[in-house]
Design a protein around this ligand. Sequence first.
Ligand code: HEM
Ligand code: HEM
Length: 208
Amino acid sequence: MPLNPSDSAQSSLNADAAASGDSRTKLSRTSVALHWTVAISMIGMLFFGLYLDDLERGDAKTALVALHKSLGSLILFLVIARIWWRTRQGALQPLGNHPHWQHIAARASHHVLLFGTLAMPLSGLLRSIGRGRPIDIFGFPFIPQIFAEKNEILSAIGSTLHEWIAYALLIVITGHILAALKHFLIDGDGTLQRMLGARVGQSASGKV
Ligand code: HEM
Ligand code: HEM
């Protein structure tokens, strides 16, 4: 029981802070929602893009490329919101008693993932701008036509980045998923549960 009313007010303030921002034992709803919406969108878009790559030219491909560009442009806004939110909240505090190098590797891989999620839509836009095409989002103008004809250099930079960052991201995402499974199955330290919105224990291992 609080000793005086100001203690009670303080504990309710702390609860509010934990609800709206990230703490070590619980992540905010915003962090959880942004992680999973961006994660599902990126995995879906990577496979969508690779499917398009193999598709023969024709009306179906033209319609699907337009869909890919609209979805990709929308995802850019989601990614910007996520990076803004992560910058405000700071990096996730690690759970579990892992060697220091593992914390460094986890933090570095999170930076690479955040960079990759930004670089994919931006390189896609660059590729289309370089080809002299306007970009719309489901029919609403987003970026007007900037070059009257194809700009060979911008188009080549955009296509190369779009393709190679996609392959690099697929590798880093695979490692990221394996790391999450290791935390869950081997370490049992609550890292995956925390990203699913659960509150984890105060102990160094994070166990509830
Ligand atoms: C969310 C982010 C995105 C992801 C994960 C993604 C992923 C991919 C992948 C894996 C490919 C196949 C590899 C390649 O040929 O480059 C691709 C192709 C392509 N992407 Fe994206 N993309 C994204 C956003 C965008 C955006 C915003 C645009 C343009 C506004 C765009 C335009 C294209 C185009 C034009 C192709 C080539 C399709 C073809 O003709 O084969 N992408 N994308
Ligand atoms: C099934 C797929 C995925 C699983 C199971 C998963 C799981 C996790 C877990 C457990 C964490 C917390 C790590 C910690 O506390 O140190 C995390 C963080 C993170 N994940 Fe994923 N993830 C998945 C897909 C993705 C994808 C596709 C991306 C981006 C392309 C991504 C980007 C990130 C980033 C940047 C963080 C750092 C925290 C943040 O900014 O939200 N994840 N993920």
